[in-house]
Design a protein around this ligand. Structure first.
Ligand code: AMP
Length: 396
């Protein structure tokens, strides 16, 4: 499939995005740059990608029947999962019927759930991970904690952005960790993974692109997570040659096993020269938003190009860059990003406002991007811009 016909005609290409958040919005924009018709789906109206798509559908993507109905109705050339919470068994069926799922239905299915991808990496591919156990009941959980030992990290097998995740540092934390995990999972109470705590020196996302021209890697993205949610990322993370080679080798093994075309965010913990696999997203990664300023093609541009079946022979890196997530707290449908003349006063700073319709609790609403001569300078510049920003949370 290396030709693209006129948009919205029988010869055009049609892509259906399952998930319409800030990452999906950028993918939608990149697909449109190739004249692709974009249909955005999510569980709530006016989601970021819907605001730039040709059409949208609002429904629960975990509902397999509804997912099937919409895909049969639209018959897209590309089905592009942008979140994990999708009825992935339906994607497996649709792929068998001949639909094209990015990167593959199996990749979406395996990575929807921490157990699928962990068992594939550790047990089938023999890749080093933290020690782990799975538990479905309180009794199994206590046994798992005992076997793994303290400190350990507890996460619902179906969760992201730190929801339901906590670290057990002393035996007093065990009860609390169980309750957090049962309240924070995507599908409500359920199975958890208990992982040995990895005392890493730093963690990276290795953005890995599989396209018809083979596999290429972005410069490693370093990041800091707070409560399991990303707040700062930068590129390139300095690494020893041995650690980088090992990171690329692991990324190749995992992404080859998942197959298909697109970008993958391979999350790795690094200690000295040792690389420990954590997880992988078969789609752009939140920490990779830094590539919107650091590369000729961002992770979203790379994803679009690869999934359309076009070659990605190389990635041009422009230089040290950083991102700072804008997480807003409150309960509102009206926020103002204020003082922007100061935020954007320095050269080499950019701002993205995602356009999410409301905040309940805390929500990532935007990102500041900065570029400079070193990673330290880029991070400091992003932080100065962040400090200059004021966010007005107005009453509903
Ligand atoms: P995850 O949702 O699995 O990506 O976890 C979110 C973040 O929690 C990671 O990026 C790490 O900063 C931290 N984390 C997760 N698992 C572990 C672990 N086994 N040991 C230490 N930190 C962890």
């Amino acid at each position: 499939m290396s030709k693209i016909g006129s948009v919205m005609t029988p010869v055009g290409r049609k892509a259906l995005l399952l998930g319409s958040g800030e990452l999906g919005k950028e993918v939608a924009i990149e697909l449109m740059r190739y004249g692709v018709e974009v249909i955005a789906c999510d569980r709530y109206p006016n989601a970021p990608a819907m605001q730039v798509a040709h059409r949208s559908y609002v429904f629960n993507m975990l509902d397999g029947d509804e997912l099937h109905r919409i895909i049969e109705l639209e018959r897209p050339d590309h089905i592009i999962p942008e979140v994990e919470a999708i009825a992935t068994p339906t994607l497996l069926e649709l792929e068998k019927e001949g639909f094209n799922v990015t990167p593959t239905a199996r990749a979406a299915w395996l990575t929807m759930n921490r157990e699928g991808i962990r068992r594939l990496a550790a047990e089938e591919l023999g890749i080093t991970t933290s020690p782990y156990r799975f538990a479905s009941t309180r009794e199994e959980f206590e046994k798992a904690v005992e076997e793994i030992g303290i400190p350990c990290v507890v996460k619902p097998i179906m969760s992201s952005s730190g929801h339901g995740q906590s670290t057990i540092k002393t035996p007093d934390d065990i009860d609390r960790a169980w309750h957090i995990s049962q309240e924070g999972g995507r599908a409500g109470a359920g199975r958890v993974i208990v992982e040995g705590f990895v005392n890493f020196d730093y963690e990276i996302t290795l953005l890995t692109v599989r396209s018809c021209s083979g596999t290429v890697y972005c410069e490693p993205v370093g990041h800091i997570q707070i409560d399991g949610d990303y707040r700062y990322s930068w590129q390139p993370q300095p690494m020893s040659a041995a650690a980088l080679a090992s990171a690329q080798e692991i990324a190749k093994k995992v992404t080859d096993a998942l197959g298909g075309y697109g970008i993958f965010g391979v999350e790795l913990f690094i200690k000295g020269d040792q690389v420990i696999f954590s997880e992988v997203s078969p789609r752009p990664h939140d920490t990779g938003m830094v590539t919107m300023i650091s590369q000729d093609l961002s992770e979203f541009g790379l994803h679009a190009r690869a999934l359309l079946g076009l070659p990605v022979p190389a990635i041009r890196f422009y230089g040290p860059s950083a991102s700072r997530a804008l997480v807003v707290e409150g309960d509102t449908d009206k926020i103002e990003f204020d003082n922007l003349e100061k935020v954007l006063a320095e050269p080499g700073v950019q701002l993205r406002i995602f356009g999410k319709p409301e905040v309940k609790g805390h929500r990532r609403m935007g990102v500041i991007l900065a570029t400079d001569t070193t990673v330290e300078a880029a991070r400091a510049k992003a932080e100065r811009a962040y400090e200059a920003l004021s966010v007005n949370v107005l009453p509903r």
